[in-house]
Write a protein that binds this ligand. Structure first.
Ligand code: ATP
Length: 265
């Protein structure tokens, strides 16, 4: 896909906070700027507020404090432009449509011209080439997640938000997807945010890892991942990669212990 300089969106969160009804504070007021065209991983302990932060960025939750801007527009405005794609852990495919139908529908809903070659190409790239005519009920959980990834990518979004998209995928497939999928969005300048529990996955996919504290989510560490792409299994022996894993792991442990934030690196 050709790089498109127009399709670059910086994400800014300013004083962003969320308290749910009942008083549960999920996100502490936080400031975060995610560079256009970068992939950022959000990691943190279970229940810390990662998904809430992603949903605030997506405009699926309203902040109780502060604001989110995506290339200067509100999430709602960007959603109306069909600039945002989201892939959740629970893929919510339409059960009466095939994989191909689900993926193709995303373009229609975004008021884009049909592109059967792109649809089938993406279905092949996520490893579902033999299942394009299959309905979701006949797929495994991991296959449904991969179909949802194809659906998220088929609109060639400016902003791609991924919430544990590979949670139900086996380890080998997960490694393949971590290698094969980023080239579909990174060369286009898509700004991507990935929620994951896996430090390894974060370091494979992202340009930057934001480590969050236990609830309410605040930023504990901000770790750059300046590793060349494509990133493959050989990275396991790369000292820089191992250092990033160690830094993220230490930050998670520090966050858990309630220590003060580390300086951005
Ligand atoms: N709609 C809601 N109403 C009330 N509380 C909510 C709501 N959504 C999330 N929460 C609470 O906010 C906190 C953060 O939830 P969130 O799903 O953002 O965490 P997470 O870090 O993504 O968790 P996990 O890693 O387990 O998926 C949790 O305590 C959760 O119970």
């Amino acid at each position: 896909m050709p790089a498109d300089p127009r399709a670059r969106a910086e994400i800014t969160c300013t004083g962003l906070g969320k308290v749910f009804a009942g008083g549960i504070r999920a996100v502490a007021p936080l400031d975060l700027t995610l560079a256009a065209g970068h992939t950022t991983a959000l990691i943190g302990p279970s229940g810390c507020g990662k998904s809430t932060l992603l949903r605030l960025i997506a405009g699926l939750e309203e902040p109780t404090q502060g604001q989110v801007r995506l290339a200067g527009l509100t999430p709602a405005e960007q959603r109306r432009r069909a600039a945002i794609s989201i892939a959740f852990q629970d893929p919510s495919l339409l059960p009466w449509l095939t994989v191909r139908g689900n993926v193709a529908l995303a373009r229609k809903l975004a008021r884009q011209a049909p592109d059967p070659a792109l649809v089938d190409g993406l279905i092949g790239l996520v490893g579902l080439g033999g299942f394009a005519d299959t309905r979701p009920a006949a797929l495994s959980g991991g296959m449904r997640q991969r179909a949802a990834m194809a659906r998220a990518l088929v609109t060639e979004p400016e902003i791609l938000l991924l919430d544990e998209p590979f949670g139900a995928v086996d380890e080998l497939t997960r490694q393949q997807l971590a290698r094969d999928l980023p080239p579909l969005w990174q060369p286009r300048g898509t700004t991507a945010v990935l929620v994951t529990h896996s430090i390894h996955e974060a370091a494979m996919l992202a340009d930057r890892i934001i480590v969050l504290s236990p609830r309410p989510a605040r930023i504990v560490a901000d770790i750059a991942v300046p590793l060349e792409r494509p990133r493959g299994p050989a990275l396991a022996d790369d000292p820089a990669f191992r250092q990033i894993l160690a830094d993220a792991s230490a930050a998670l442990a520090l966050g858990d212990a309630g220590s003060p934030p580390l300086a951005a690196q």
